[in-house]
Design a protein around this ligand. Structure first.
Ligand code: AMP
Length: 422
């Protein structure tokens, strides 16, 4: 699906193309036609999903051309940073249409904002406190607002803006369209939605509460057959104590666990073929730091109460992009950050694209470190998880590599792929 399929005017489609976007994100696909059709929208979407364009584009289209002095669309945001960002996006997306966007927020002198309002605007982006202040002093009239967006509504409520929001909504014409965006759904949010939205179109694109922003995400592009060696290297060199590793299949989980154990990493696998007792044991060993790596399939990991991890590794990317968000959500630690690393082999490139589309941004590519490459082992060592007390020695598996390009066997350690080659 392209932006043209969403019913946007050529002017807006052009601005979007100039931003370099080729495909609408899921929230944009779901919300844009609904907003254009005049529906109220309740959207569960957080920063990074492309939510700003999901409401700014159709609003600009509905505003069509510059009219009088008074704002016809209003976006409320919790912070001045977000207000400035939304206004900036509106100006960029609206660069080929004749509309004026203004932004007002507290904490700075009100004079220039009052001055700017005198010249009028079509779209007004504001934080609730300053907005209400200006309205109550008769410096701003919201009587022409036909569309109102509550952006990051949950944060606005957290910040104590509920009364301001209610008062602002009362000042708006009853005949209007209201859109509400929130990353979470508390009882207060649901109450606000019930009060202010009419038969809203419900759109949900990412799991609630997935604190994706706090997670440092990286991609290593690496051949499939190098992945386990790279993983051993990352665990060793980063001195990782706890890492949850996702594989796509049970068989893959077993094989990787064997390879990690052979590489000197204390590891255990959990998947559907393991007994409940074995899974519980692996989990408890993991939680108590008796094993370093827990290798899991998607399904097995879902049922487990493991959160707040420092590291999650996607040994293989999931087929369903939403699963990526579920997986990396495991690293969400209150107050601190986690890391989520994806090892992406060339055939997985389309899966990566799907994930990036869902996230609304690309994932940073990390430079491959030097790691030791060993040829595939013919007979794998036993897959048994290593008991707590065993104190696994590091098993050196140094073998000469197969000849490459007719040269002598290459050294054990090599720089795998330069940035250019990738
Ligand atoms: P937001 O969730 O609105 O904060 O947007 C997150 C980031 O995604 C912003 O940097 C946008 O510029 C970008 N973005 C929004 N829509 C798209 C799209 N369709 N394709 C690629 N990037 C996008």
């Amino acid at each position: 699906m392209s932006f043209n399929d969403l019913g946007l005017t050529p002017e807006l489609a052009r601005a979007v193309a100039e931003k370099g976007y080729t495909t609408p994100t899921p929230i944009q696909r779901a919300a844009i036609p609904g907003v254009l059709a005049g529906r109220d929208v309740l959207a569960g979407a957080q920063t990074g999903t492309g939510k700003t364009a999901a409401f700014v584009l159709p609003i600009l289209q509905k505003l069509a051309t510059q009219s009088g002095r008074l704002p016809r669309a209003l976006v409320l945001t919790p912070t001045r940073e977000l207000a400035a960002q939304v206004a900036e996006s509106a100006r960029e997306y609206g660069r080929h249409v004749n509309l004026r966007t203004l932004v007002i927020f507290g904490g700075v002198s009100e004079k220039p904002q009052i001055e700017a309002l005198r010249s009028g605007c079509d779209l007004l982006v504001a934080t609730p406190g300053r907005l209400l202040d200006l309205v109550e002093r008769g410096l701003l009239d919201l009587g022409q607002v036909r569309c109102c967006v509550l952006d990051e509504a949950d944060r606005m409520l957290d910040m104590g803006f509920i009364h301001a929001i209610r008062r602002i909504l009362k000042l708006l014409p009853r005949e209007r369209q209201t859109l509400m965006f929130s990353a979470t759904y508390s009882a207060d949010i649901r109450a606000l939605a019930a009060r202010s939205l009419r038969e809203p179109l419900a759109v949900e694109v990412a799991p609630r509460n997935a604190a994706a922003e706090r997670i440092e995400q990286h991609v290593y592009r690496v051949p499939q057959e190098h992945k386990r060696d790279l993983l051993v290297h990352l665990i060793d060199s980063g001195n990782w104590h706890q890492v949850l590793v996702f594989t796509r299949t049970k068989h893959g989980a077993n094989r990787l666990t064997q390879a990690l154990v052979a590489g000197g990493v204390r590891a255990a696998a959990i998947h559907g073929n393991k007994s409940q007792a074995a899974r519980m044991r692996a989990l408890s060993d993991f939680k108590q730091n008796r094993i370093t790596a827990l290798v899991a399939t998607e399904v097995a990991a879902r049922g487990l109460d493991i959160r707040e991890l420092p590291h999650v590794v996607n040994f293989e990317l999931p087929n369903v992009p939403e699963d990526y968000v579920h997986r990396i959500g495991r690293t969400a630690r209150a107050g601190s950050s986690g890391s989520a690393i994806s090892l992406v082999a060339p055939p997985e490139a389309p899966l990566l694209k799907d994930i990036e589309r869902l996230l609304g941004h690309s994932l940073p590519l990390a430079t491959l470190p030097r790691y030791t490459v060993n040829p595939p082992r013919r007979s794998a060592p036993p897959a048994t998880p290593v008991p707590a007390s065993a104190g696994v020695p590091r098993i050196p598996v140094y073998r000469a590599q197969p000849r490459r390009h007719g040269r002598h066997p290459s050294p054990r350690s090599h720089r795998a792929q330069s940035g250019k080659e990738r």
